[in-house]
Design a protein around this ligand. Structure first.
Ligand SMILES: [Mn+2]
Length: 306
C-alpha cells in the first residue's frame, strides 16, 4: 500500500484545496490498494478556512517538499505553481482546468483537463459518473469551490458544465445558490481587522507608462458597507502611498461582484480619471457600473491617457 498525495497549487484557493480533498476521497473509494492523502501547498485563505470549518472537514496536511513522493496534481499544471520538490516527485495524474502548462514527466500519466470554471466541477462529474456516494458535506464544499472559482457562476470562465454540476450538487446540498455563493465569497472579502494599508496592498499592482508610475489596488466585496465605513481612512492611506512612492495616481478599486460594479477611489489628478474613465469623479470617487476587471477595463484606459 503506497501513499499518494493529492495536492493543489501554491497560494491555495478554495478550488485547489477542495479539489485535493474530494479527489483524494474519490480515488480512495475507486482504488483501495493505495492510500490517497489530501495535501496543501501553503496556508489556507480565510474563505477556504470558512468553508472547511462550516462542514467540519479536516484541513489537508501541509506538504512542504514533494521530492521522492507519489503525487497527483489538481488545479494546476505549471512549474511556477507547484509545491517544492515536484521535479523530484513521481507525478501520477493531473486534473486541471487551466491552460496547458510546462510540466514534464518521465512516464505516461493520466492527464485530465477541461476548459471549465473550476477543478471541482470536473471532480464532481467524476463522482456522479462513477456513482461514488457524495456526503452532504463533500457536496457542499464542492459546490462552494465551484461558486468561488466562477464568482457565483458569473465569471467569463463559467461553462454550462459548471452550472449543471452546481445544480446536481445542490440537489444534495439544498441552498439558494446566490446566497450560498455570497456567504462563501464574503468570507474572503471581509476587511475586518486589516489596516487601511493592508486593504489597499492586499492585491496591488504597480504600473508604468514611460517615467510615470501609478498603482492600483483592488478588493472584491459582496457589499460596499465595510469599505464605505472606512472610506476616509482608505483615502488618506491612498494619499500616503502616492506620496511615498512618487505615484501619479494611487487607486483602490472596490469591486462589488454581486452588483458587477466598481467604486474607484483615488489620490491624484482627477482629470486623468475623468478622461480615462469618462466619469466626473466626486470627492475622489468614480462610480463605474459594469467594471470588474482592473486588467482589461481600467489599466488600458489609464495607459492611454497618461
Ligand atoms: Mn481552480
Amino acid at each position: 500500500m503506497g501513499k499518494v498525495y493529492v495536492i493543489g497549487h501554491k497560494h491555495p484557493d478554495t478550488d485547489s484545496i477542495v479539489a485535493a480533498i474530494a479527489y483524494a476521497h474519490f480515488k480512495g473509494v475507486i482504488d483501495q490498494d493505495d492510500d490517497y492523502i489530501p495535501a496543501r501547498a501553503g496556508e489556507l485563505n480565510p474563505e477556504t478556512k470558512f468553508v472547511l470549518d462550516k462542514y467540519n472537514i479536516p484541513v489537508p496536511e501541509l506538504l512542504e517538499d514533494a521530492s521522492g513522493k507519489k503525487i497527483i496534481l489538481v488545479d494546476h499544471n505549471e512549474m511556477g505553481q507547484v509545491v517544492k520538490g515536484t521535479s523530484e516527485a513521481v507525478i501520477l495524474e493531473i486534473v486541471d482546468h487551466h491552460r496547458l502548462g510546462d510540466i514534464q514527466t518521465s512516464a505516461p500519466i493520466l492527464f485530465h483537463a477541461e476548459p471549465v470554471g473550476s477543478t471541482s466541477t470536473i471532480i464532481a462529474d467524476f463522482y456522479f459518473y462513477h456513482k461514488v456516494p457524495l456526503t452532504k458535506e463533500m457536496a457542499s464544499i464542492l459546490l462552494a469551490a465551484i461558486l468561488s472559482d466562477t464568482v457565483i457562476l458569473k465569471s467569463p470562465t463559467t461553462s454550462e458544465k459548471d452550472r449543471v454540476m452546481a445544480d446536481k450538487l445542490n440537489e444534495i446540498v439544498g441552498v439558494d445558490l446566490k446566497e450560498f455563493g455570497m456567504e462563501v465569497k464574503s468570507a474572503k472579502s471581509s476587511i475586518k481587522g486589516m489596516t487601511a494599508n493592508e486593504v489597499i496592498m492586499k492585491d496591488f499592482k504597480e504600473l508604468k507608462k514611460g517615467s510615470t508610475t501609478y498603482g492600483i489596488g483592488q478588493i472584491e466585496v459582496v457589499h460596499y458597507d465595510e469599505a464605505v465605513a472606512r472610506c476616509g481612512e482608505l483615502m488618506k492611506e491612498l494619499n500616503n502611498i502616492k506620496e511615498a512612492h512618487g505615484y501619479k495616481l494611487a487607486i483602490l478599486m472596490v469591486t462589488n461582484i454581486i452588483e458587477e460594479a466598481t467604486r474607484l477611489w483615488f489620490a491624484g489628478d482627477a482629470e486623468i480619471i475623468k478622461k480615462a474613465l469618462g466619469k466626473e469623479p466626486v470627492d475622489g470617487e468614480a462610480y463605474l457600473p459594469g467594471v470588474m476587471s482592473r486588467k482589461s477595463q481600467v489599466v488600458p484606459k489609464i495607459q492611454d491617457v497618461l
